[in-house]
Ligand binder design. Structure first.
Ligand SMILES: Nc1nc2c(c(=O)[nH]1)N[C@H]1C(S)=C(S)[C@@H](COP(=O)(O)O)O[C@H]1N2
Ligand SMILES: [Mo]
Length: 202
C-alpha cells in the first residue's frame, strides 16, 4: 500500500503485533556481515542482470541512479533475534528489472550477487514483492559502507540475511541454488513469522 507521500508500507508495518516470534527490538540498525565492507570504486561499479534474461545488461552507477525510485517503510528482522522497526528506504524497486530486460518464462529463482562472493537466493515471487527494493538511501541518508554502499537489497518480508549488501547484480535461473547463508545452515526461505530460521538437516 502507498500513502500520499508515495511511501510504500511493508505489510509488517501495518500489523497490530509488530514483532515476529522470538524477536526483540533494537533501536539502531546493528552492523552484521561476513568479511569486511569492500572497497568500492564507484566509477567501476556495475549492476548486472544475467542468466535467463535477454539481453543480459550491466548498468553503471549513474545509469542505475537514474532508474525510477520508490520509498519503502519496512521493519527489519534479523535471524539472530533483533528487529528494527520503521526503516525508510529509497531506491529502485526490484520490479523495475522487468522493464529493463525480457525474463525467460523458465526463470523461477534468482540469486542476488554481492561484492566478495556473497549471494542470497530467492524464489522469483519473493524477489518481485512490491516492497522489495535495491536501496540507495536509509532514513534519508546515503547507505553507509558498512550497511551496503552503494546499493543493498531490502526484502522486508524475509529475514534480513536475504537483504544482500554491496549488491553487484541479479541472476535469473530455472533451478534454485542456495546462497551464502542458505548453504551454511540457514533456512532456504526465511519467513520470520513462521520462524524459518535454520534448515532441517539436509
Ligand atoms: N554482502 C553481504 N550482505 C549481507 C550480509 C553479508 O554478510 N554480506 N549479511 C546479511 C545479514 S546476516 C544481515 S542480518 C544483514 C545486516 O545488515 P546491516 O549490517 O545493514 O544491519 O545484512 C545481510 N546482508
Ligand atoms: Mo543476519
Amino acid at each position: 500500500m502507498a500513502d500520499d507521500a508515495g511511501i510504500r508500507y511493508s505489510p509488517d508495518t501495518q500489523r497490530a503485533v509488530r514483532l515476529p516470534p522470538g524477536q526483540h527490538t533494537a533501536r539502531e540498525l546493528p552492523v552484521l556481515h561476513t568479511g569486511g565492507p569492500p572497497r568500492i570504486d564507484i566509477t567501476q561499479w556495475k549492476f548486472t542482470i544475467s542468466g535467463l534474461v535477454s539481453p543480459e545488461k550491466s548498468l553503471s552507477f549513474p545509469e542505475f541512479s537514474r532508474l525510477p525510485q520508490v520509498q519503502v517503510m519496512s521493519d527489519v528482522h534479523c535471524v539472530t533475534s533483533w528487529s528494527r522497526l520503521d526503516n525508510l528506504w529509497a531506491g529502485v524497486a526490484t520490479t523495475v528489472i522487468r522493464d529493463l530486460v525480457a525474463i525467460d518464462p523458465q526463470a523461477a529463482f534468482v540469486i542476488v550477487h554481492a561484492a566478495g562472493g556473497f549471494t542470497a537466493n530467492l524464489a522469483i515471487n519473493d524477489f518481485f514483492q512490491p516492497d522489495n527494493l535495491f536501496a540507495l538511501n536509509h532514513n534519508g541518508k546515503r547507505i553507509t559502507p558498512e550497511h551496503g554502499y552503494p546499493v543493498r537489497l531490502v526484502v522486508p518480508r524475509l529475514y534480513f540475511w536475504k537483504s544482500a549488501k554491496w549488491v553487484t547484480g541479479v541472476e535469473f535461473m530455472a533451478e534454485d541454488q542456495r546462497g551464502f547463508w542458505e548453504s551454511r545452515g540457514y533456512h532456504n526461505h526465511g519467513d520470520p513469522w513462521q520462524e524459518e530460521r535454520y534448515s532441517e538437516q539436509e
